[in-house]
Design a binder for this molecule. Structure first.
Ligand SMILES: [Fe+2]
Ligand SMILES: [Fe+2]
Length: 304
C-alpha cells in the first residue's frame, strides 16, 4: 500500500482525496474549510487523489455503494461497499478506476475538489454547446470519452494518461466554438475557404486548453485529433507514432460515432458499416493497432 494512505475495511480505519471527473457531486455539509460531499460516479470512470506537493489537508472517502480499484505504483487494491480510505498528503498521486457504479461519501479539508471541478465544468459545457451547433448527435462528447477510455485501457494506458485521454476526448472539438456559425451550421457542402476555417478547430481547441496546467497534456491530444496515420491529416501532417496515441484513439472513435449516429434507428447496420469503414482505412487514416483494440472493445460491448 502506498505510504501515507490507509485503507479500511468495514469497521477499521484509513485515507484519500479525490479530484477529477465525477459524474455528479452534491455538497451535504460545510464548516470552515471542511466539506462533506456525496459523489456518484459511473462505471468505467477514473479519478485520482492529489499528492502532497499539490495539496495539503485531510481527506476521507467512504464507499457507500459500488466498487473501485485503487492503483498506486504496481499495486492494485479493490474497494467496495463499506470500505474507506483517508490520507493527509500522499507521496504520489493515487489513481482510481470505478468498476461498478459508485456512490462515495467524501470528507475533505480544504475543499480543493470544487476548484478543479468547476473549472473543467465550464469547458465541458462549452464542448456540449459545440455539439449542438455542429449538429452532432446528443451525447457525442460523452460517448467519445467513454469509448476512447475503453480503447485506451486495452492499449495499456493507465493513470494520468487515461485522465488526460478522457479530457482530450471530451473536449476534442471544443475549438469549433471559435468557428463562425455560418460555417459550423452550414447545411450544404463547405467552400474551400470555409474548410480552411473549419480545419483550424484543433488548434483553436488546443489554444483554449493549454493555459490551464491540468489540461496541458489534453491540449496536445486535441491539436492532433485530425492527423492521419499516413500523414495526410491536419493541421501538421504528422504521421504514425509521431501522432500521440491518445489522438489516434480519438480519431478512430470519432469516425465510428459519426457513422453510427447518422442512422440512429438502424443500429446494427450502422455498426457494421462503421466497423467496415475502420477496417478499410486501417493503415491509411487510422492506426491499425488502435482499430484492433477498438473493435475488441466494441465486441465486448455487444456481448454485454
Ligand atoms: Fe474535430
Ligand atoms: Fe467529434
Amino acid at each position: 500500500m502506498v505510504e501515507g494512505l490507509t485503507v479500511g475495511r468495514r469497521g477499521t480505519g484509513s485515507d484519500g482525496m479525490a479530484t477529477k471527473p465525477s459524474t455528479s457531486a452534491e455538497l451535504l455539509a460545510q464548516h470552515r474549510a471542511l466539506e462533506v460531499t456525496r459523489h456518484r460516479i459511473t462505471a468505467g470512470k477514473h479519478f485520482y487523489l492529489d499528492e502532497a506537493s499539490e495539496w495539503a489537508g485531510f481527506e476521507f472517502l467512504y464507499v457507500l455503494r459500488g466498487a473501485l480499484t485503487l492503483t498506486s505504483g504496481d499495486e492494485k487494491t479493490a474497494l467496495r461497499d463499506g470500505d474507506y480510505i483517508y490520507h493527509r498528503g500522499l507521496p504520489e498521486r493515487a489513481f482510481f478506476r470505478v468498476e461498478e457504479d459508485l456512490e462515495l461519501l467524501m470528507v475533505s479539508s480544504p475543499p480543493s475538489y470544487h476548484l478543479v471541478k468547476e473549472e473543467i465544468q465550464d469547458i465541458m459545457a462549452l464542448a456540449r454547446s459545440v455539439e449542438e451547433k455542429d449538429r452532432a448527435t446528443e451525447g457525442h462528447c460523452h460517448r467519445i470519452e467513454r469509448l476512447a477510455m475503453r480503447t485506451g485501457e486495452r492499449l495499456g494506458l493507465s493513470g494520468q494518461r487515461l485522465i488526460d485521454l478522457s479530457y482530450g476526448a471530451y473536449l476534442h472539438d471544443v475549438g469549433k466554438v471559435k468557428v463562425p456559425d455560418h460555417v459550423l451550421g452550414k447545411a450544404g457542402p463547405l467552400t474551400d475557404d470555409e474548410w480552411v476555417e473549419m480545419r483550424r478547430h484543433p488548434e483553436y481547441g488546443a489554444a483554449m486548453l493549454c493555459d490551464k496546467a491540468f489540461l496541458r497534456a489534453a491540449s496536445q491530444i486535441v491539436v492532433a485529433h485530425h492527423e492521419n496515420y499516413d500523414g495526410s491529416g491536419y493541421p501538421r501532417g504528422c504521421r504514425g507514432e509521431d501522432i500521440p496515441i491518445e489522438a489516434r484513439i480519438i480519431s478512430v472513435v470519432d469516425a465510428y460515432d459519426a457513422i453510427t449516429s447518422e442512422r440512429p434507428y438502424q443500429t446494427a447496420a450502422a455498426k457494421s458499416k462503421a466497423m467496415q469503414e475502420l477496417r478499410l482505412n486501417a493503415g491509411t487514416q487510422f492506426d491499425p493497432r488502435v482499430v484492433r483494440a477498438f473493435l475488441s472493445a466494441i465486441g465486448e460491448d455487444e456481448l454485454a
